[in-house]
Ligand binder design. Structure first.
Ligand code: SAM
Length: 280
């Protein structure tokens, strides 16, 4: 592990600020500077970009993003013990680190952003990772305020985000992500890279917003995928009965086979179904 700046090593920061990892806050820290630098690189050229980081903790990834040249990092952290550690980083990079002490689930960065492109980069707390992602995927207006999301998830969740029809991981999250973004896994990270190590492997996922997603009402899309995947092994003519008494009319309007199953329907098919449902 080599130094990337003249700030104290992360283990020292954790010791100084009593940052013993709390499970309730999804704290699995990354202390390997080569890995945090790799994540910052995977997030794309950061020059001129405002990065929103969720859960900076002791600041390993934050420092990598600043060293890589991010114009500004807006870092939202719920653990008050970490704020003093982050303030040391802010002092080292004057005007480039904005610390927001609070809950990322309630945070809207738009008031802090200007004309510069903005990006979300985070080693997410896994207990709220899906909720945060769904929030970013369902923003209005669209395209959203970010040009990219580069996020660490448990691999099982990452696989659900990028899954294609026919895969056992394909579900509601895959349809929502595929409707609004192009998503791919950049690389996997072993549990042993984190302190403390989670029991599962993690994956860094990149999501780039589609400028023109297929037009459809987001709530209608959520209703039809909820119904279809709620009984994923049943044929659609059966699973969609929760949407109303006559699912065959909806299926005809969407040009879908009544005997097909949710896991075989591509995003376009669900969009057609959502449009038929919204127009019923
Ligand atoms: N970025 C650091 C790293 O890579 O070492 C820490 C990542 S750790 C997986 C998740 C971080 O999210 C923790 O610092 C935790 O305190 C913070 N966190 C948890 N829930 C949060 C919330 N609701 N809002 C903001 N931060 C949160």
């Amino acid at each position: 592990m080599s130094a990337i700046d003249d700030l104290p090593p992360l283990r020292e920061v954790i010791r100084q600020h009593g940052l013993r990892a709390k499970k309730s806050l999804g704290q699995n820290f990354l202390l390997d500077l080569n890995l945090t630098a790799r994540i910052a690189r995977a997030a794309g050229p950061p020059e001129g970009v405002d990065v929103v980081e969720i859960g900076p903790g002791p600041g390993g990834l934050t420092r990598a993003l600043l060293v890589a040249g991010a114009r500004r990092v807006i870092a939202v952290e719920r653990d008050e013990r970490a704020i003093a550690a982050l303030e040391q980083i802010a002092a080292r990079y004057p005007g480039r680190l904005e610390i927001v002490s609070g809950d990322a689930l309630k945070f809207d960065p738009r008031a802090l952003l200007g004309a510069a492109p903005a990006r979300v980069v985070a080693n997410l707390p896994y207990n709220i990772a899906t909720a945060l992602l769904v929030g970013w995927l369902t923003l209005e207006p669209w395209p959203p305020w970010y040009d990219r999301l580069v996020l660490m998830f448990q691999r099982e969740v990452a696989e659900r985000i990028v899954a294609a029809p026919g895969s056992k991981s394909y579900g509601r999250l895959s349809v929502l992500a595929g409707w609004r973004c192009e998503a791919r896994i950049r690389f996997d990270v072993a549990g042993t890279a984190f302190v403390p190590p989670p029991r599962v492997t993690s994956s860094l996922v990149e999501l780039v917003p589609r400028q023109n997603p297929l037009p459809c009402e987001r709530r209608a899309l959520e209703r039809v995928t909820e119904a279809a995947f709620g009984q994923r092994r049943k044929m659609l003519r059966q699973s969609l009965k929760s949407l109303g008494p006559d699912p065959t009319t909806l299926l005809e309007a969407a040009k879908l086979e009544p005997t097909s199953r949710a896991e075989d329907i591509p995003v376009e098919g669900f969009v057609a179904l959502a449009r038929a449902f919204a127009a019923r």
